[in-house]
Ligand binder design. Structure first.
Ligand SMILES: CC(C)(COP(=O)(O)OP(=O)(O)OC[C@H]1O[C@@H](n2cnc3c(N)ncnc32)[C@H](O)[C@@H]1OP(=O)(O)O)[C@@H](O)C(=O)NCCC(=O)NCCS
Length: 438
């Protein structure tokens, strides 16, 4: 997958863009974007400010994510699968994100082998995780493992030896591929350590990336392998502004290596408004069942949703910072459920929530997107196949995100992107500025 000529071409494209259109305005920044009116004034979180270059994917508020121009249904159709009409292989998506091209099955198989050859994890990584109490959150254990992998960074070694800027992408590529290969091993170790008395399962080199991850976790049914391929593919990337992707990109802009950058990204993913929402959704759904039973009426469900909102909590799995329609990642998981587990009681509950929650959130009057997101669905699928430990779910998200974040990190270095350093101001500065502009 040699990329030097493709990199040169993209570098030239970026240079031309800058020299010919460097002064074209991308939008206006208003005080509202920095500080929005609300019961308790909160920072607006830079919504709607265009400020990042992210080549691997683009999120349309109405249509959802496109990976290098391909929607999720297009990826399902075009990317190679393990079996006829099966779910896309995550290695195929990695190829697509890195090169912008749809790979052949042969290319995907070669990439699978390449990842397998890099998957061995040094013993000190497991020792670092073992130093934590077993009760530590699975995301804390995963991030610790990733940080411990950092000692092998090729980028750091090359930088220490004075590698020229034009070659930064090469050791970044080496680290990224190794990290993507190793992170499922670390993730599976965390799962087996916490929930299976530390009895680990060795990797199986006859399996592809998604199936092997499922195997190391202890789930070997062909349907679970398919689910894992789909899961990893759709969770891999969601453009650059979300907390984990942006954190990885920001930290890497200081020329921190991919391990340091990705460990930081994982810490952002571990927040309940971001990746932890998948854990929250299943726990919340189970609490609904505990209170109302499996065959609850829509009225009971509505009451429970209102009760959650009135206690000051959000309804997990609904809403999004950018999307304004049902998340296509939700829809493809729904299609998977309709095909493989239409009678699962929790899936039926998720379907009922799809009818009940959006009108309630709309009635609140402040929620910009009342529709379900990716996290509203993933837990019930995993739960169906026996992966019932909700606290672990964000680790699956984290493993998947290595593919998107690391692909972009390679492009960051190839394009020579700058150190990120936006301007911040104080409240007093904003007040004075507004007075002067009035
Ligand atoms: C994803 C999320 C963090 C996006 O936040 P956002 O961009 O600030 O969303 P909005 O602009 O629509 O928020 C406006 C208001 O609606 C509220 N809101 C948004 N989604 C909500 C939900 N699912 N339940 C209850 N209230 C919600 C916000 O908390 C905010 O209230 P505030 O003004 O009192 O602070 C938010 O929708 C959320 O908390 N969802 C639940 C958690 C979740 O599923 N996260 C996974 C995302 S993939």
């Amino acid at each position: 997958m040699s990329g030097t000529s493709s990199f040169t071409c993209q570098q030239e494209r970026l240079k031309k863009l800058k020299s010919e259109h460097g002064k074209v305005q991308l939008g206006n920044i208003t005080v509202d974007m920095v500080k929005m009116p609300s019961a308790i004034p909160v920072l607006g979180g830079m919504r709607g400010m265009t400020g990042l270059l992210w080549e691997t994917s683009l999120l349309d508020p109405e249509e959802g994510i496109r990976f290098r121009g391909l929607s999720i249904p297009e990826c399902q159709k075009l990317l190679p699968a393990a079996k006829h009409a099966g779910e896309p292989l995550p290695e195929g998506l990695l190829w697509l994100l890195l090169t912008g091209k749809v790979p052949t099955k042969g290319q995907v198989d070669a990439l699978s082998k390449e990842l397998q050859s890099r998957a061995a994890v040094p013993d000190h990584v497991f020792k670092a995780i073992d130093a934590l109490p077993v009760s530590a959150h699975p995301m804390t254990q995963l991030a610790t493992g990733v940080l411990a992998l950092q000692v092998q960074s090729e980028f750091q070694k090359a930088y220490d030896k004075g590698i020229p800027k034009s070659k930064y992408w090469e050791p970044t590529y080496e680290d990224s591929l190794s990290l993507i290969a190793q992170v499922p091993v670390v993730g599976a170790y965390v799962y087996r350590r916490i929930y299976k008395n530390g009895q680990t399962i060795p990797k199986d080199d006859s399996l592809d990336y998604g199936a092997n991850f499922s195997h190391m976790l202890g789930f070997d049914s062909p349907e679970m392998h398919e689910l894992m391929r789909l899961y990893v593919t759709i969770h891999s990337d969601h453009e650059g502004g979300n907390v984990s992707a942006h954190t990885g990109h920001l930290v890497a802009s200081a020329l921190s290596d991919p391990y340091l950058s990705f460990a930081a990204a994982l810490n952002g993913l571990a927040g309940p408004l971001h990746g932890l929402a998948n854990q929250e959704v299943l726990l919340w759904i189970k609490s609904v069942v505990d209170e109302c039973g499996e065959n609850m009426t829509k009225e009971q469900l509505k009451d429970y949703v209102w009760k959650t909102l009135k206690s000051g909590k959000v309804v997990p799995g609904f809403g999004h910072g950018v999307l304004r329609k049902t998340d296509p990642r939700y829809m493809c998981q729904r299609e998977f459920a309709l095909k493989h587990l239409p009678d699962d009681p929790l899936f039926r509950l998720v379907s009922k929530l799809y009818e009940v929650v959006p009108p309630i959130l709309t009635e609140l009057g402040k929620v910009k997107n009342p529709w379900p997101n990716v996290d509203a669905h993933s837990g019930v699928l995993l739960n169906h196949y026996g992966l019932t430990e909700a606290r672990y779910y964000t680790v699956l998200f984290g493993v998947s995100r290595s593919i998107g974040i690391c692909s972009q990190l390679i492009w960051d270095r190839a394009l020579g992107l700058a150190l990120e350093r936006p301007k911040s101001v104080t409240m007093e500065w904003l007040e004075n500025y507004c007075k002067k502009s009035a």
